[in-house]
Ligand binder design. Structure first.
Ligand code: CMP
Length: 143
């Protein structure tokens, strides 16, 4: 079983899309393991986006992700990383396939509504950045 880290960004929160986005993952059959409505500090933003340091979009990215609350989540399921990335769509909304979250709701690469881990290894690192181990809820889906 695989886990992934998903974060509805400040634009998704501002546009009232938390419920819509969460419900897509619920309906898919993935299991919600943790969720937190929170502000991202500068320190956490820099840790989360460390791989993008030096790129031209890095400063606006840090400003944006710290600009308002986000909805951070951990989801679990077979191939959770690849499945959720397929449902989210490509980073650039213009290239996102129809029916994906970014195709349906986003216009701009900088305001693309949601972050999803790109590998199981990065997922574990990102989950550890945002959640303490005891915040992950251990339960079975029984229906
Ligand atoms: P995210 O999946 O959160 O990871 C890095 C973010 O940087 C990305 O989504 C976009 O919101 C933002 N970004 C802006 N420009 C680019 C770009 N040219 N390539 C990748 N990411 C970009």
């Amino acid at each position: 079983m695989e886990r992934t880290f998903l974060m509805i960004k400040p634009d998704g929160v501002q546009r009232g899309l938390i419920g819509e986005i969460v419900s897509r993952f619920e309906r898919k059959g993935l299991k919600l393991v943790a969720a937190k409505f929170m502000r991202v500090s500068e320190e956490l933003a820099e840790k989360h986006y460390a791989e993008h340091v030096g790129k031209d979009f890095y400063p606006p990215l840090i400003r944006f992700i710290t600009s308002g609350p986000v909805f951070a989540m951990v989801w679990e399921g077979d191939n959770a990383v690849a499945l959720t990335r397929a449902m989210i769509g490509k980073t650039n909304a213009v290239e996102a396939a129809p029916g994906t979250i970014r195709s349906d709701y986003a216009v701009h690469t900088n305001f693309n509504l949601i972050h999803g881990s790109d590998s199981p290894e990065n997922a574990e690192r990102e989950i550890a950045n945002f959640f303490r181990p005891e915040e992950l809820v251990d339960y079975e889906l029984t229906i």
